[in-house]
Ligand binder design. Sequence first.
Ligand SMILES: Cc1ncc(COP(=O)(O)O)c(C=O)c1O
Length: 477
Amino acid sequence: MTVAADSDSVQCTNGNVEGKASNGLAKTLSEEYYLSRLSVMAKNRTHDEIRSCLHLEQRPGLISMLAGKPHTSTFPFTSLNFTFRDPADPASELPVSLSQEELELGLQYSPTVGIPALVEWCYGLQEIAHGRRKGEGWKLSIGNGSQDLIYKAVTALVNPGDSKHELSERVSGTTPMFQTLQCDIVEVETDAHGIRSDSLRHILENWPASKPKPKVLYTVPYGSNPTGATATLDRRLEVLALAREHEFFILEDDPYHFLYYGPMPRPPSYFALERDQPQTGWVIRFDSLSKVLSSGIRVGFVSGPEVIVQAMNDHSTVANLQPNSLAQVLALSLLSRWGYQGFLEHTAHVAEFYKKKRDAFQAAMLRHLSGIAEWSMPEAGMFMWFKLLIDTDDGAEGDSNSVIRTTALERGVLALPGHRVLSERAEVRIRARVVQPTRGEGRGRGVAEAERGHIGQPTRCIGEFSYVMRGFGQLWF
Ligand SMILES: Cc1ncc(COP(=O)(O)O)c(C=O)c1O
């Protein structure tokens, strides 16, 4: 199949598909194809000679005179001791004392892709969680949190100032990334079952011939921020088919993967599903330790086509050299002691924690917001998105922004107006974030009072807002 590539990429053919992998897995796209899809900035990046040889230092017995590494004996840190929870018995704590070698590793520069043992651990997790093995034409790299990596992936693919349009579901954090690249977001509709693949199909089938086709679709597949929705299997499969058909990369941003607590088994990730597709290599997956180990530790990892991950690494070498070594050593010391079993046990406890918060929040919503709001129960993550049902005198859609900015705030609820997370119809939607740890009952009642007192009888939807359950995680129900 010949494809008309974007304005910034050369003509290429899907005939470049490399064919069935020797391990019998699905077809992968060729290196040339990926190179043709890189942004101008990514194509122009030069390699850092020192960093590109750094991995050779791993050779046993090698005396390296390569990089200007400071001598760790001059660093004032002499030991690092801490305790962590035993996932099998979360009430008990296990002590860790970093060995001299571990400490030195954490205090020193380390490879751009991440500390090898942690990278290996992450490869192992991808096999357990998504059935994806090393050597299947994808690569893994660690970053300073997943946001760092998402930004690098976007800049590896999207050219600034191209008047380009990229695809995204309703999101919060990544919108400014696209805006900074002077790129408009075409919002793909979502509902309680996640991204609407029919909306995506409609957008793509009606894409104006004069505009370059989108290169990326950004999506949060489980417990999306802010909608709370988890995409169904059917929709995921259709999105994957559309990605192949219309040649866009799926940026699978999945920090809530392990916070799934729905009644059905967790649907497979895009990364997992892609393995059995006629062609692989359209998914760039982002994992994060922020929601399950620590958000301050800033460790995330990307799994995706080698050329794209390499372009992201090249970005790191000029931007920040590498992910934080000490944070990686901390994470590794914990994860290697826990093992995969311990990690999965721990994340199951975390998911259970948020499920209880979801249930408590839902109960408070039923008590205080029945009839004046609509919502769907999230099955993963920390977010519940709901619509306010508000009457207006003239029957027109009003703006509930003022409820959030004035009355709700006076009652102790701090809200973020929804137009910050939406591209369209922004003026009639709001999104609220509870940031003050305080009594949940009061919060629910506060919103209800704000609603009733300010607007009157509810009949019409004029706004939507979500509470962040992370905030409720600190509330006392
Ligand atoms: C959907 C989504 N992606 C990415 C991030 C950032 O994750 P990290 O802390 O790994 O950078 C967040 C944080 O809340 C998020 O909600």
